[in-house]
Design a protein around this ligand. Structure first.
Ligand code: SAJ
Length: 406
């Protein structure tokens, strides 16, 4: 039996996937409300295919509880936030979960850590925690790092089809864990050592952050000299070895806007491009704000009440608002003591910020300028309601005949 610890964005789909592929699984989370929701037959967030996967896992016998189980394999997928000041990974949730596992697990159990951690976290924090309890790693407890790679919005598909990395101290244990993941994962699974697996995961997200930063920097350069960045990117991308990403209002989410900071925090003075990229991406909400002012001026709009932000999530078609560019923009407006702008998001049904409007009709009716912060699918269906509005499309959705861009 496998005990999955932490039933959030990664732990839940992973537990469901294992269960629906014939592995006996118990999911554990310390949040009783979350466990109660799952036991009542409901999932806790929206994701394509998740409900179907949930139904299949329940049928296969998955159980959810707040209790840690006595078993020989644990998968820990708890959050790893970073300390905003030191920019270092905060391994306290991982450590707490490992400690709880050690209280119940039998000798020779395997603890797999899925949570994203910076290179060296297992050596620096997790090993000492285990050793302090008197266990010898490799004899009494086996340690493995199997970082997830799935993208919100396409999680269920990617869980099945992406390649994976498994880092282990010992090849035999690595192969054993590989076999478990291979129950559902059709991609290639590479077995390596723990530090390499930690570093690889962070490097993947840093690669994407740097590439998005390049596109964003180009948008700023082109804006300053009246060039069309989208046309330039489109043409440049016809080169066989060029593939520039799309500029946007910033980088949000729990991964790409966070993981590169681990490298900056741990390797100051060495992580230079990485730091510059982070700064560029973090500057984008301010850049959008500057563009909003320009567009307001150009159209003689003086009242911020006539401007609305469409989209609160960090990207399209997900309900996740963590580190979202819209929230960053609102925060920066607050810092400037500017008035709150109206905000609407079809994926965010609960009020999470003061000037959020919960109905699209209410939102759209009294504004002149709509700033598209996220290109949700719903935009397409509501296109007629955008008629006669001034549009600032920070996502370059291609849906509007006439719009302002970054
Ligand atoms: N974005 C742009 N322009 C682009 C692409 C993205 O502005 O051309 C923005 C998005 O709008 C969003 C942010 O960047 O705000 C990040 O979105 P994303 O879709 O690129 O990635 P995430 O954060 O949802 O998921 C990433 C993925 N990593 C990579 O693609 C390298 C995913 O595979 C990881 O599993 C995930 O991070 C994670 O959990 O680490």
């Amino acid at each position: 039996m496998i005990n999955v610890i932490g039933l959030g964005y990664i732990g839940l789909p992973t537990a469901l996937m294992l269960a629906s592929h014939g592995v006996e699984v118990v999911g554990t989370d310390y949040n009783k409300e979350l466990v109660d929701t799952l036991n009542a037959g409901k999932t806790t967030f929206k994701e394509d295919g998740l409900d179907e996967l949930f139904a299949a896992a329940v049928k296969a016998g998955i159980r959810f509880t707040t209790e840690y189980q006595v078993t020989d394999m644990y998968i820990v997928s708890v959050p790893t936030p970073y300390d905003k000041k030191s920019k270092k990974v905060d391994a306290s949730y991982v450590n707490a979960a490992v400690k709880d596992v050690l209280n119940v697990c039998p000798l020779n159990a395997t603890i797999v850590i899925e949570s994203t951690i910076s290179p060296g976290t297992i050596d620096k924090y997790v090993r000492p925690e285990i050793q302090a309890t008197g266990f010898t790693i490799g004899r009494d407890i086996n340690l493995v790092h199997a970082p997830e790679r799935i993208i919100p919005g396409n999680m269920v598909y990617e869980l099945k089809h992406n390649n994976r990395t498994i880092g282990a101290d010992n090849r035999e244990i690595g192969e054993k864990v590989k076999d478990i993941y291979a129950s559902f994962c059709e991609g290639e699974i590479t077995v390596t050592d723990i530090k390499t697996a930690e570093m690889t995961k962070v490097v993947e997200n840093t690669f994407r952050d740097i590439n998005i930063a390049f596109a964003n920097e180009l948008a700023k350069i082109c804006r300053s000299d009246n060039m069309d960045v989208y046309e330039i990117i489109r043409i440049a991308n016809k080169h066989p070895r060029v593939n520039i990403l799309t500029p946007g209002p910033g980088v949000g989410g729990h991964c790409i806007s966070v993981d590169p900071w681990f490298l900056v925090g741990d390797y100051p003075g060495l992580a230079n491009i990485i730091l510059a990229a982070r700064k560029i991406n973090d500057s984008m909400p301010e850049f959008v704000l500057k563009r909003i002012s320009e567009i307001m001026k150009e159209n003689n709009i003086t009242d911020y009440n006539r401007v609305g932000l469409y989209g609160l999530t960090y990207k399209e078609n997900v309900d996740d608002v963590r580190e979202s560019p819209t929230l960053q923009l609102l925060e920066s407006m607050r810092d400037h003591l500017a008035p709150e702008l109206k905000v609407y998001d079809p994926y965010v049904a609960k009020k999470i910020t003061s000037n959020q409007i919960l109905s699209f009709d209410e939102f759209i009716k009294d504004i002149d300028l709509v700033v598209i912060m996220v290109g949700h699918k719903q935009l397409k269906e509501s296109l007629p309601l955008f008629k006669n509005k001034i549009i600032f499309d920070t996502r370059y959705t291609g849906l509007f005949d006439k719009a302002y861009y970054l």
